[in-house]
Design a binder for this molecule. Structure first.
Ligand SMILES: [Zn+2]
Length: 305
């Protein structure tokens, strides 16, 4: 889809000198996209963007799509060989090449360029005997710690990388081979398109996350192959989204997907982006890590404010 690229070029031709001066005064935040192996410059949210997100929040899939389009429109990709000329990436390429981890980095950058801090908040001391509540103001820079980001270090790009995980289920006499991967933005959006806002709110309230465990397991699974134990001839497989969803909701035993999830995490969890800061309780001096889920922060902002 070259349409967006052409539109961007036309926009810049017709910009008045007045707009060009304003545009060049906007502070950009540079951010690495660790899994897509790109560098991006992100510009702040405007008042119109806030309203756009608030309207879209009625439907989670729309919300996510709006958010992706918004992030795309605020992002310029750095071209290492021609620093003055940004890398042209279509919206399609953006959604297929980037993962949720890269999206988190863009969210971080848009937050930083727009607000600089998360705003004042009350934190409870992690010491069981203290539980003191105190106010902190956390800046976006504070959330990046030494081990927050691990760049993708495999030879093939993350969008093409498959990690097969084989598990034998003696109870059902089946061998499962799960072709697992780190899902791209398209795949995560297709999961959201199957959810209602009520369900997402429920997930937020009960587990503090937008997705349930099943949604995550479905999103990380590209293909399932099954055959009877000791019989490699009678093989059936599926890459169909609805089939994979049904398999996990109805047929695959919990212990199997727990084991699957465990093996997946052993292989992939090091690439998770972790935003946290180190805090010290003013009362008992206990030091502890305070984690922030930027995706939830962003969703809550649009939902509640
Ligand atoms: Zn304390």
């Amino acid at each position: 889809m070259a349409k967006e690229i052409v539109k961007k070029q036309i926009d810049s031709i017709f910009e008045s000198p007045f707009i060009q001066v304003l545009k060049s005064s906007i502070r950009k935040t540079e951010v690495p996209l660790p899994l897509a192996r790109l560098t991006a410059n992100v510009i702040p949210l405007s008042v119109g963007d806030d309203a756009r997100l608030r309207t879209a929040v009625m439907s989670p899939a729309n919300y996510d799509r709006e958010l992706l389009q918004l992030l795309y429109s605020k992002t310029e990709f750095v071209n290492p060989s021609t620093p003055a000329e940004p890398l042209q990436i279509s919206y399609d390429q953006f959604c297929s090449a980037l993962t949720s981890q890269d999206k988190l980095m863009l969210l971080w950058a848009i937050y930083k360029s727009t607000y600089e801090t998360l705003g004042p908040r009350t934190v409870t001391c992690s010491n069981e005997n203290c539980k003191n509540k105190f106010q902190v103001e956390i800046s976006l820079d504070d959330l990046i710690q030494e081990d927050s980001i691990t760049p993708w270090d495999k030879e093939s790009p993350v969008s093409e990388y498959i990690y097969p995980i084989e598990i034998e289920d003696t109870k059902s006499n089946l061998v499962y081979i799960f072709d697992s991967h780190i899902p791209n933005l398209y795949r995560v959006n297709s999961i959201l398109s199957r959810m209602s806002t009520t369900k997402i709110q429920h997930n937020l309230e009960t587990q503090g996350s937008v997705y349930t465990l099943k949604d995550i397991v479905v999103s990380i699974t590209k293909k399932i192959t099954i055959h009877p134990v000791g019989d490699n001839e009678n093989v059936v497989e599926t890459t169909d989204f609805a089939d994979i969803d049904q398999a996990f909701s109805k047929y695959i035993r919990k212990t199997i997907w727990d084991e699957y999830r465990k093996k997946y995490d052993e292989h992939f969890s090091k690439y998770d982006v972790r935003f946290y800061t180190k805090l010290k309780c003013p009362k008992c001096q206990q030091e502890f890590d305070y984690d922030v889920d930027l995706e939830v922060e962003f969703f809550r902002r649009s939902l509640l404010e």
